[in-house]
Design a protein around this ligand. Structure first.
Ligand code: ZN
Length: 275
């Protein structure tokens, strides 16, 4: 995932997983003098929630001597998640947030001159997402390589997930063992209900069949490899609005943002693309 001279931007949310990831990479980075570590927090504009996370992230970076940048939805897109939650139609706020946050992270990482963007997705997140994609019939997403997303275009910062094979329980334990402060209150806009059900199901299964999440993760990797060897590589082009790489004419984020300018045809396109 990493080269000795990488500039790694850690996506720091202020939660336990990203706090653990930042500490681990900070320890590693000191062994590689040409490498640099920076941190990036996305302020989605969620009142009563995000400001605490931003201040926790800032304190963490001050303590470790890491350069920290905040990018906000308001600055980048002219809209906050609170606005989105008020004005959304058939989609969950999480669907909008996920797409806009990916775009914000890429933009922030580019501003920091990063060569890699590290996110703190753990094993539980990865397996839940894969099962969620299967239940949505989204085969194309299942076939994407999960832990390392390779460079596709100059504007796209390669994403890595160093904790993708580490169970959530262990990242939590590590964060507590470090004595680091992290945010524990949940997002007021709620979570994807189906993901919550999958999470409960996997936890129950793991009690009776320890290691089952690792087995599912391996199966997904093999499935992904098999699909990659037979499927055509996806052709990327520049989004007609923002210039970001996308397999379509317009990227998902731009389509979503168009819905907030009250364009009803765009809203239908969004629901066809995302759930
Ligand atoms: Zn775009």
């Amino acid at each position: 995932m990493l080269e000795p001279d990488d500039t790694v931007a850690v996506a720091l949310s202020g939660g336990k997983d990203s706090a653990a990831l930042l500490r681990i990479l900070w320890k590693l980075e000191r062994r590689f003098p040409p490498a640099r570590l920076v941190a990036l927090t996305v302020d989605e504009g969620i009142s009563g929630y995000r400001s605490e996370a931003v201040s926790i992230s800032r304190d963490m970076c001050d303590e470790l001597g890491i350069k920290h940048t905040v990018v906000s939805f308001e600055e980048l897109f002219g809209v906050t998640m609170d606005d989105v939650a008020r004005r959304r139609n058939e989609l969950q706020p999480c669907s909008y947030c996920g797409v806009l946050r990916r775009k914000a992270l890429n933009e922030g990482a580019r501003r920091l001159g990063a060569t890699k963007l590290a996110t703190a997705h753990n094993l539980d997140d990865e397996v839940q997402t894969a099962l969620l994609n299967m239940m949505h019939g989204d085969v194309e997403r299942i076939s994407r390589p999960s832990s390392i997303l390779r460079k596709t275009k100059a504007r796209f910062i390669p994403r890595i997930k160093p904790l993708a094979e580490v169970p959530e329980r262990e990242t939590t334990l590590y964060a507590y063992a470090c004595g680091t402060r992290f945010q524990t209150i949940p997002c007021p806009h709620g979570h994807d209900a189906l993901r919550g059900d999958i999470r409960v199901m996997l936890n129950r299964l793991d009690l009776k069949h320890p290691g089952i999440r690792h087995t599912i993760y391996r199966s997904i990797e093999r499935l992904s490899e098999a699909m990659g060897s037979t499927g055509k590589p996806r052709a990327f082009r520049a989004c007609s609005i923002c210039g970001e790489p996308t397999p379509n004419d317009t990227c998902e984020a731009c389509i979503m943002l168009r819905t907030f300018k009250l364009d009803p045809s765009a809203a239908r396109v969004v629901s066809a693309h995302t759930r």
